[in-house]
Design a protein around this ligand. Structure first.
Ligand code: ATP
Ligand code: MG
Length: 350
């Protein structure tokens, strides 16, 4: 699998390559417990997380529960969704012995970093963030909350509390990552302390996997194929995907986004190229394409789904993973907050 290191701004010569080995790296990633993880997460970030862990990086994975209420009034079925995220993590290969998996709300010092960090960004900068704009457009709320507006700064606290230098994300997160980089740089400049590294984004070969409607596959947009879906449901979702009436299947992302998205999905599952698959399907039309995709997805996910079912039978273990993770994350967050307060000259710093 091809991994590219990137950053959201152009002219990123310093980030064009990634000279460091994963061993010794700190990696932070996370997801909102708004629903089951889907193939966009899997190919967009989960596989990279597992790969980095296997290569010796130290992983922090946040179940971003406070961030659920950025775009909705109530965090519906929060405990259930949070536990399901952990089940998906473990089923796809994350090892909780070495990865620190924790919920936002269980780590107070992480959240307290938000206060000094908010002072480092202007309201105008926050208003220009394209991902915040997109999330506001899809929000379930009629007005924009302060939490939604400051979402990227909260995410900077997630990344910087553990001094992560690498963040495997999907493309939609690049503007947020840029905020974290800005916060790190400005904090270091303002307080004369090299406390924070400047984190880098790590994109996979599928940084923006489309859903069944052609838009970004999202938990909250009704267009996702969940890792937890069964084989029949997967077939039904793929059958309902938007395609076109042309019989000859070709890989043309700009002209035929629906067909291209499905080809990309099957290709990722089978470790082949979308072009090869298109050739093979030839004049079979959308029906043959969808059959191929369904089989490819179901086959690829079969072992993960089996493991998922085993893990789901022991919820006490999943809750224990979160408790252990919170303990470790709290120790790290307390130490970082103490450094921040000392750098600021706060009286009463430990
Ligand atoms: P929601 O609709 O609730 O915002 P989501 O599906 O966008 O859910 P998040 O929890 O917001 O999921 O994102 C978690 C991580 O997964 C982020 O790094 C994000 O970039 C990545 N990701 C989400 N959807 C995709 C996708 N379709 N393709 C690639 N990466 C994705
Ligand atoms: Mg999202």
């Amino acid at each position: 699998m091809t991994i590219t290191t990137t950053r959201p701004e152009p002219a990123s010569a310093d980030l064009g390559t990634d000279p460091q080995e994963p061993a010794g790296r700190r990696v932070l990633t996370g997801d909102r417990p708004t629903g089951p993880l889907h193939l966009g997460h899997y190919f967009g970030t989960l596989r990279n997380r597992v790969r980095l862990q296997r290569q010796g990086a130290e992983l922090f994975v946040v179940v971003a529960d406070y961030q659920v209420i950025t775009d909705r009034d109530i965090a519906d079925r929060l405990a259930e969704h949070s536990e399901n995220l952990v089940i998906d993590y473990l089923a796809t290969g994350l090892d909780p012995e070495s990865a620190t998996i924790f919920a936002h709300s269980a780590v107070p010092a992480l959240n307290q970093l938000l206060l000094p960090f908010l002072s480092l960004v202007s309201v105008a900068e926050l208003g220009r963030n394209p991902t915040v704009k997109d999330e506001i457009a899809h929000s379930r709320q009629s007005s924009v909350s302060g939490l939604m507006f400051t979402y990227p700064v909260h995410q900077a606290a997630d990344i910087l509390f553990c001094k992560a230098d690498l963040v495997p994300v999907g493309q939609d997160q690049l503007p947020h990552l840029e905020v974290a980089r800005t916060v790190a740089r400005r904090f270091n400049e303002r307080y004369g302390a090299g406390i924070f590294p400047r984190p880098r984004a790590l994109l996979s070969e599928a940084p923006l996997l489309p859903g069944t409607d052609g838009g970004k596959m999202s938990k909250s947009r009704g267009n996702a194929i969940a890792l937890a879906a069964d084989e029949d449901e997967t077939a039904r979702l793929v059958r309902g995907a938007r395609t076109d009436a042309e019989r000859r299947i070709s890989y043309d992302p700009a002209g035929r986004p629906g067909v291209a998205g499905l080809l990309q999905l099957a290709a990722l599952c089978q470790d082949r190229t979308p072009g090869q698959l298109a050739e093979e399907i030839g004049n079979g039309g959308a029906a043959a394409l969808k059959r191929t995709v369904t089989e490819a997805v179901n086959e690829h996910l079969r072992p993960i789904r089996a493991r998922r079912a085993e893990l789901a039978a022991d919820r006490a273990h999943i809750r224990q993973v979160l408790r252990t993770g919170a303990e470790r994350a709290n120790a790290v967050a307390d130490a970082t907050l103490a450094e921040v307060r000392a750098a600021m000259g706060a009286v009463g710093s430990a």
